[in-house]
Design a protein around this ligand. Sequence first.
Ligand code: F6P
Ligand code: MN
Length: 313
Amino acid sequence: MAEPGKTPFQVDLRRYLREQDEDRNLTRLICEIAEASKYIVNSIRTGDLGVAGTSNLYGEQQLALDVLSDRILRKRLAHSGVVANIASEESPEILPISPDCEGKFSVAYDPLDGSSLVDVNLAVGTIVSIYEGCDLLQPGRNQVAALYILYGPRTTMVLSTGNGVHEFAMNKLMEYTLTRENITVESSGSIYSPGGQRNKYTSGVEKFVGQLEENGSKLRYSGGFVPDINQILMKGKGIFFYPHLQGAPDGKLRVLFELNPMAYLIEQAGGAASTGRERILDLTPEGIEARAPVFIGSKELVAKAEEYVAAHG
Ligand code: F6P
Ligand code: MN
């Protein structure tokens, strides 16, 4: 803590990673992503909010901002010299950058998650998952780092390289400086963020929600996965779910781009992430488009959801 009246000494992202003795190439990669995010945040603040006229692999309409954020990140990563393969939620295929896997990383990212919230000026984010070597279609437990950047009233980066979860905030100079170290999630809590249409819930999920409501849990759902997960991490409790639905047994969210990185962060903070039947980080995705249901947050709440799903589907 700084003395009253004095500006606290700011530890920037690069220095923090160096002090943690992180791999130099990984540090480079994370700092490139931080650089890219400065351009993305500027585009969100002042850019074209209209549609791009194209759609992605999932049939979702792309915004000009989705396409631009994707390009910004892809260029940075491709020129970083430390990346082997890239997969983006906005591109249909894995993009090979370097055939040489040794000492390099492969990256899966969602450049602008929650972009349907852009026109109503709610918070959106970038989500990134990082593996050593070339393989992107492996269980999420093998990630070596994961992060998200939240473009809210403030821009923050929440990062783990396997040694806890830390938050960095963008300052006036657009540098990320450490704001919270070793963020943890309590084993229970009374906040819930329920995704998906309720009239499509299965009986297990419906009963689980009924139980949360009976216990007086507070509903806090923004419609953006990044701010909703950030809420759990910053409040240190709660559960987010986007469950299996009638007619959509795999839910909505994507394993590579959304679930794995968030599951890694939440587990690093002491929480849990499950499909309702198994650990998210143990899934082996068959393709980059793989989806899964998710229950993520405080351990006891996730275990309770699993109980209801096991008993009632
Ligand atoms: O990209 C997926 C996403 O936009 C998430 O950010 C969010 O959690 C979810 O979809 C919201 O989906 P829905 O619009 O079905 O509530
Ligand atoms: Mn998304």
